[in-house]
Every structure is written in structure tokens, then in C-alpha cells.
Design a protein around this ligand. Structure first.
Ligand code: G4P
Length: 556
């Protein structure tokens, strides 16, 4: 449990000798952290399960009793998570594989909870963009891609479902390059597709990796051969192999190189082909990903970038979750470790309040399981018990004060008054609304007319609003009514109230305040927004709320 102590901070900084720093550097060098971005149904759950299987993580976590139940047991909580959305754990899955410690930051499956995904991406060093080979780019993937681009996160592309009839690989790459303006570098190339998908050719080693279907949930049998061996093996049709080699020649002709600097700047995407369901191409992907992905990198703070291999621990809260374990009504703050070594029982500084907090029961969460962690390193995520003291974006640190860049709010698309028909329940209503806002379950806006006190819920998806209502009823005992406002677009006014006042009266939009008392304009549609751009080209608007730090938000 996190609790306040009176102990000073300066004495708490780790005495870091060279040996400690060398061990820290080794731990950082070994870590790779990533989140998967995809449209629902592209196969994120399936790929996650296969990756866990390779990492041996499923057995390690004790989630599986018998081998044959592997898929069933792991997918159970994932499925539940999908159905219940944010009220179920969405955590980090850690496993060791081939000398690396891999942190897979899990994100909610349903697109209505993409705000959660946005925040998780703030804690990720790499992203895997998963595409269905038959569908190519889909709306949710594009949206999440934009978030990655904004943060310049390296993007690795996995083209999934190659075992089914799909679009031409070259066409899929072309789509990514032209529509996302993201250059691609296929690390491997598929041999055949649909029921004639035989394997991939590794572009750098020229090795042919052939797969044989295995029982569901098991690792597929795989053979790594030279081109000549593959040709004489009888395991692959020569015309399929030749076609794949020809296409590879075409790619080589285009002349691009696998430039790791460009990959790490988010400008060049290594691309992989496979089928998560049949387990084709997952192992080659994982191996190359771990080789090419960036290790935890320096992160921006108010005092400049902080190196992960710095002696003092620091990290930030990127996600809050209440009632992960309904039996205990607990609240957990997820902290991404950014620098130094984190140790259990550490007394750290809380940047926003200036308080000292002893972290005596930090947890590692794995699906439904938790264990107390003794230590953690940059790139890792720890869960802290949160008796209401942590907010999203908060920095914890040792040593000289640092504050990590906050996590921006993204433009909501659904707006609704939240009415409390029962005045005697107002206290609980207020508590619930404030706590769910702190948790980031929903954004809260207020009318500029202060006599209209009811909050406006602003969300990315309808389900998000329903979960808020459900939780208010179940966790706070208040029944509420939603009254939709007919708006679909929100924009923050970059220059604040003075900028807004300087343009005079604005038509076809409603002005509201966010919880930092900043003006937000709500529009019925993009057309009305464009109209405003035309009428007032100097009024700067932003789809992303600027980050605020050091001030308390307006509570209901
Ligand atoms: P999501 O988390 O991204 O929403 O996707 P999920 O893994 O749940 O996969 C969505 C559907 O696509 C599932 O089928 C899954 O089996 C299938 N799928 C995933 N990867 C592949 C693949 O590589 N090839 C093929 N052919 N299918 C794939 P479902 O019918 O919805 O569920 P289930 O009956 O298979 O459990």
C-alpha cells in the first residue's frame, strides 16, 4: 500500500556506484516494451496468446493447468475484458524470451475504449501495427497510428491472416506507404497465401522458413532451409517459391535500406507476414522484432530528457483502474518506470503534491494474477495501490525534481449531459463523477453557464458512457440519466479565452469548459468546423487537449 512518510528525499536516492549502473544498463538493454495497435478482429488477442506461448509466460504465470487448456484459459480473461471493457484488467504482460525481457502493454479490445489505448501508447517504446491481410488498413488502426506518429513511436507491421485469401502483399505495402505516409521495409516475404501459404523468406539471411500446421494453440512446426534446400525438399511448390523470390528481387530493386535510425524515429516500418491463428511467422516476427525494436529510451521531462540509465528512480502514472478485483474494491495506478531501479519499499516524491510516498506493496499484474514485485527497471510497469492520491500523468521520482510530459486527452466524439434525478444522492453522484474523471474513464466538460451544473460526459465511444453509468450505479449507488447533446466534434481553442473573445460571436457551435477551465468548442459535424476555419482562419484549434501540470482540475 502507498502511504505517506515523513522521511526526507535526499537520503533516499540510491547510492549508485559503477556496479549498480552497469547492472541497470544491462537490465535496460535487455528490455523491449510494446503495444499492439489494430482494428477489432484483426487478431490481436490471437497474436498476444501466441507471443505468450513463445515466451513461456502462460505456464510461468500459473494460468494454465493442463497444456490442452492453454488457449481456453488465457483467452477467458481476455474475452471478459473485451465484454466488460475498462472495468476488467488491461495490464502488462511480461515474459522472458531469448535473453530479452519483453513487456507487452495490453490494450482494451473494444474501440470505444480507445482513450485507454492512447494512454497506454504513452508508456510504450514500440508499437506493432496488426493488419488483416484481406482488409488492409482499417479505421481504428489509422486512428491509433496517428497517435504513434505524434509520439514518433517505432512501428512494426504484422500482416496477419495470410492463411486466408487476402490482398496482394505489394498492394498492402503500397496502401501503408501512400495513405499513412510511412515507408515500409519487409523483413520477410510470404511464400504463397490462403491455403497455399507455406512460409516466409527472410530478406536479410535469404533463409526460407517453412511452417507446418500444428494443433490449435501449439507452436507450429517450422523448418529453416536455404533456397536450394527448400527447392529440393518437396515441401513447397517451386512456382510459389519462385514467385516469392521474384517479388523479393523487385523490392531489392527499389533500393531502400533497413535504416534503424529511421525505424526508431517512426519513419520506416519493418513489415512481417504471418498467421497468428496457425502460428505461422510468429517466431520469426518475435526474433526480428526483439533485434530491431528500441530499448527503453530517454524520456522528456520539465528538466530535459532523462536517461533510463540514471541512478535515481523516476516514472509516471499512465493509467488508473478501479475495482480490478471486485472483491476488494481496489484502485490501482499503473506506473511506467522511466529511469533507475525501482525497489519495493522505496520512499519516492510525488511531483504534483510534493509529498513523500512509501511504495510498500508494488505489484506486477498478469491477467488476474498479481504478485508483489521486489524491483523493476525502465520499460517495466508496476501497479500501485491508489487510495485516491495518483492522477494520470503524475510523476514519481527520487533525487532532483523531474516532471514527465503529461498525457494529452484526445478529441471525444460523443457528448451527453449526465443527469442525477435524485437530489439526495448528490454526494455520491459527485464522488463518482470526480473519481471516474480522475481515473480517465471519461472526460468531463461543463457548461459556460454556471447555473447549469450537471456535467457533460465526453467520450470516444457510446460503450464508454454506458460503463460510466453502470459503474456509478454499481460502485456509487447512483442511478443516472444520459441526455445526448447532438455534437460530434470537439476542438480546444489554442489561445484560450482571450483568443476566443477576440473573434466575437461564433455560429453553429457550442462553447463549453473543460475541467481545467479552458474553452472547448463543440460542433455538430466536420462541415461546421471547416466553416469556422474559413470564417476565422486565425483562430487556432486543436483536436488534442494541451497537457496541464501543477494545477488541480475543477471538480464537480
Ligand atoms: P482481436 O483481438 O483483434 O479482436 O481479434 P481476435 O484475436 O479475437 O481474432 C478475431 C478472429 O480472427 C477470431 O475468429 C480469430 O480466430 C481469427 N483469427 C485471428 N488470427 C487469425 C489468422 O491468422 N488466420 C485466420 N484465419 N483467422 C485468424 P473468431 O471466429 O471470431 O473466433 P474463434 O472462433 O476463432 O475463437
Amino acid at each position: 500500500m502507498a502511504s505517506s512518510t515523513g522521511s526526507g528525499v535526499s537520503s533516499a536516492v540510491n547510492a549508485a556506484d559503477d556496479g549498480d549502473l552497469a547492472a541497470l544498463a544491462e537490465a535496460v538493454g535487455r528490455r523491449r516494451n510494446f503495444a499492439i495497435i489494430s482494428h477489432p478482429d484483426a487478431g490481436k488477442t490471437t497474436l498476444t496468446e501466441k507471443l505468450l506461448l513463445y515466451g513461456g509466460a502462460i505456464q510461468q504465470a500459473g494460468a494454465v493447468k493442463a497444456k490442452g487448456e492453454q488457449r481456453k484459459v488465457t483467452s477467458d480473461w481476455m474475452e471478459l475484458e473485451k465484454q466488460r471493457g475498462i472495468s476488467i484488467t488491461s495490464t502488462v504482460l511480461q515474459f522472458d524470451y531469448a535473453g530479452s525481457t519483453v513487456n507487452l502493454l495490453d490494450t482494451p479490445g473494444h474501440q470505444d475504449f480507445s482513450e485507454d489505448t492512447y494512454r497506454t501508447l504513452a508508456a510504450a517504446d514500440n508499437a506493432v501495427m496488426l493488419e488483416d491481410a484481406a482488409k488492409g488498413l482499417e479505421p481504428q488502426t489509422r486512428k491509433l497510428f496517428e497517435v504513434c506518429r505524434m509520439r514518433r513511436i517505432p512501428i512494426f507491421t504484422f500482416i496477419n491472416k495470410m492463411d486466408r485469401p487476402g490482398r496482394e502483399p505489394l498492394e498492402l505495402l503500397d496502401e501503408i506507404e501512400s495513405e499513412l505516409d510511412l515507408a515500409c521495409w519487409p523483413v520477410n516475404w510470404p511464400i504463397g497465401s490462403g491455403d497455399r501459404f507455406r512460409g516466409v523468406i527472410d530478406r536479410r539471411s535469404r533463409e526460407v522458413v517453412l511452417f507446418e500446421r500444428a494443433e490449435r494453440g501449439r507452436q507450429s512446426e517450422e523448418k529453416v532451409l536455404s533456397v536450394e534446400e527448400a527447392r529440393s525438399s518437396g515441401l513447397v511448390e517451386p512456382e510459389l517459391l519462385d514467385a516469392a523470390l521474384e517479388e523479393l528481387e523487385l523490392l531489392e530493386g527499389a533500393g531502400a535500406e533497413l535504416d534503424l535510425e529511421l525505424v526508431h524515429a517512426g519513419e520506416l516500418s519493418p513489415v512481417f507476414f504471418g498467421s497468428a491463428m496457425t502460428n505461422f511467422g510468429v517466431r520469426p516476427f518475435l526474433d526480428a522484432f526483439l533485434e530491431l525494436a528500441q530499448q527503453p529510451t530517454p524520456r522528456q521531462t520539465s528538466a530535459g530528457p532523462v536517461d533510463p540509465v540514471a541512478p535515481g528512480f523516476s516514472g509516471f502514472v499512465f493509467k488508473l483502474q478501479a475495482n480490478m478485483d471486485p472483491r476488494h474494491r481496489d484502485r490501482v495506478a499503473f506506473v511506467r518506470v522511466c529511469s533507475g531501479r525501482f525497489e519495493k519499499d522505496m520512499a519516492v516524491q510525488h511531483a504534483r503534491t510534493g509529498r513523500t510516498i512509501r511504495l510498500s506493496r508494488p505489484q506486477k499484474l498478469f491477467g488476474q494474477d498479481r504478485e508483489v514485485v521486489e524491483d523493476a527497471y525502465p520499460g517495466d510497469v508496476i501497479g500501485l495501490n491508489n487510495p485516491g492520491m495518483f492522477a494520470i500523468g503524475d510523476t514519481l521520482y527520487l533525487g532532483p525534481k523531474v516532471e514527465y510530459e503529461g498525457i494529452p486527452c484526445f478529441s471525444p466524439e460523443i457528448f451527453s449531459w449526465l443527469r442525477n434525478p435524485n437530489p439526495s444522492a448528490f454526494k455520491n453522484f459527485r464522488k463518482g463523477v470526480n473519481e471516474l474523471r480522475e481515473e480517465g474513464a471519461v472526460q468531463i466538460l461543463y457548461d459556460t453557464d454556471e447555473s447549469k451544473r450537471d456535467p457533460i460526459l465526453a467520450a470516444v465511444g457510446q460503450l464508454q458512457l454506458e460503463v460510466v453509468q453502470y459503474r456509478l450505479e454499481n460502485e456509487y449507488g447512483v442511478q443516472t440519466r444520459l441526455e445526448p447533446l447532438g455534437f460530434q466534434v470537439a476542438r480546444w481553442v489554442s489561445g484560450g479565452w482571450p483568443a476566443l473573445e477576440s473573434v466575437g460571436r461564433i455560429f453553429n457551435c457550442k462553447t463549453v469548459r473543460d475541467c481545467w477551465n479552458r474553452p472547448v468548442l463543440l460542433f455538430k459535424n466536420e462541415w461546421n468546423l471547416n466553416q469556422l476555419h474559413e470564417d476565422h482562419p486565425d483562430l487556432e484549434l486543436s483536436a488534442v487537449a494541451p497537457v496541464v501540470s501543477g494545477v488541480e482540475p475543477i471538480a464537480l
